[in-house]
Design a binder for this molecule. Structure first.
Ligand code: CMX
Length: 424
């Protein structure tokens, strides 16, 4: 039974050779140029880094290793997704089992993590708790240990993979433990070594699930959020910190600190807040006129409509469409879900009229919260933690690949405003 480590090790010589040839042939070709607007505007659209795990096509959305997310990936288990992200191939059953065993061998959450989490202020944000737990576990990093011992550069990927497997193995347990500690739900529930990674996470949260539909939702949620190419705030941060040879614990924690921003992953918490505010204000679903006025008031108040717009996408996010389809099938009459649908029908027109957002369509965060809420996960400050568990797969696979191909330390050149005045 081939392990993920053996599989990836067998691919490395080919990947390195291919890159050597590519560098030799194309190293002087120009792939992007930068305007002053882009330099001031978050480098939007500047092509200046490589990421092979996934691509975001403005008109089609997330494409993982050549496969569009809605074309055969939404029913895959997270084990299959992580294997695909890292190796570019869909694993067979034996390979999935081998990765499940890798996780089961590494899934025990150390006691010191629980002690630290329990010592944090009771009102701590769940993302601060998750990121603290990951950082505390840096103590175990094999990458740092082997680097200190003088490991060769060609071997960096190996402990990066080991740290990533350990991190991914404990991530559902820690994340579920954060939920239980933060919201007084009782002691953390241990990992069941006979269950898959996604079902384990759903079970360890301890949400009553008599119909099994919450597990189904989690199985959809985890593939949908796993990766979104390399330039988004969390992936880019993780990439940059990792490029300094900070180990995967430091790098993933750094990336997730970025995911905790309201313009990025925290938008899913904000989205549900937005929907519930509408429900509360109008005592249920508003009329179309009321909804539009509410949206205008939000925009005129200098706030964004959470869950709408995107830096790259220029279409309704297919991940949103997947959640919408799930809701239509499983909870079409849920009042919160109905408002989500209503927002989708009417808010893009408001954003178009407002005239600022380049993409007036929903992103991944616009619909997931309503579904989580429906199944009883009502503590919406927790939602970005769910996003993080999934996104850790993308971050870890990008890190391992970067260490295997010897990606250089990130160091773009900044210029001063004076320089722009004088030279642009
Ligand atoms: N509501 C109101 N205004 C919006 C908007 C929205 N949903 N989306 C964009 N705009 C505004 C921007 O704030 C910007 O205004 P200024 O010129 O005054 O600064 C203008 O439209 C142009 O922005 P853009 O080029 O269309 O979008 P950006 O690439 O700068 O930003 C994003 C992208 C996602 C941060 C932005 O659309 C936004 O703030 N959306 C709401 C928050 C959100 O849903 N974030 C989650 C994204 C998914 C993720 O990364 O996790």
């Amino acid at each position: 039974m081939p392990s993920l480590k053996e599989k990836f090790a067998s691919q490395i010589p080919g990947i390195r050779e291919e890159l050597k040839v590519l560098h030799a042939e194309k190293k002087d070709k120009v792939i992007s140029s930068v305007t002053v607007e882009q330099a001031f505007g978050g480098m939007r659209g500047v092509k200046a880094m490589i990421c092979d795990t996934s691509v975001v096509d403005p008109g089609k959305g997330l494409i993982i290793r050549g496969i569009p997310i809605l074309e055969g990936l939404t029913d895959k288990w997270p084990e299959q997704i992580f294997w695909l992200l890292l190796t570019g191939e869909m694993p067979n059953d034996a390979e999935v089992k081998s990765l499940q065993k890798d996780y089961a061998d590494r899934c025990d959450v150390p006691d010191y993590v629980w002690k630290v989490l329990k010592a944090m202020p009771k009102e701590s944000h769940p993302m601060a708790m998750l990121n603290t737990a990951i950082l505390v576990m840096e103590y175990e990093s094999q990458f740092r240990k082997r680097y200190t011992e003088g490991m060769k550069k060609s071997n960096y990927w190996e402990p990066a993979l080991e740290d990533s497997l350990r991190l991914l193995a404990v991530m559902p347990g820690i994340a579920a433990g954060v939920y239980r500690i933060r919201y007084g739900k009782g002691d953390p529930i241990p990992y069941d070594k006979n269950l898959d990674w996604g079902a384990n996470y759903a079970t360890m949260l301890g949400i009553p699930d008599p119909s099994g539909e919450f597990k189904k939702l989690m199985r959809l949620y985890l593939p949908l959020h796993c990766d979104h190419e390399g330039g988004n705030v969390s992936a880019f941060t993780c990439h940059t910190v990792g490029s300094a040879l900070s180990d995967p614990y430091y790098s993933v924690s750094a990336g997730l600190n970025g995911l905790a921003g309201p313009l990025h992953g925290l938008a899913n918490q904000e989205c549900l807040g937005f929907v519930l505010e509408i429900k509360e204000k109008f005592g249920g679903a508003p009329t179309v006129e009321q909804l539009k006025k509410f949206a205008w008031d939000t925009l005129n108040g200098g706030k964004v409509i959470p869950g709408y717009g995107h830096a790259v996408l220029r279409c309704p996010d297919p991940r949103f469409i997947a959640f919408l389809d799930f809701g239509k099938k499983h909870c079409p009459e849920d009042p919160v879900f109905k408002i989500v649908q209503m927002i989708f029908e009417h808010i893009p027109a408001v954003l178009i009229e407002h005239g600022k957002a380049k993409n007036p369509q929903p992103n991944v965060d616009a619909g997931s919260g309503a579904l989580l809420y429906h199944y009883g996960l009502k503590e919406f400050p927790y939602y970005t933690v769910l996003f993080s568990v999934s996104r850790a797969m993308g971050m870890c696979s990008q890190l391992i690949i970067n260490r295997a191909i010897g990606t250089a330390i990130t160091r773009p050149k900044s210029v001063s405003t004076e320089w722009v005045k004088a030279n642009a």
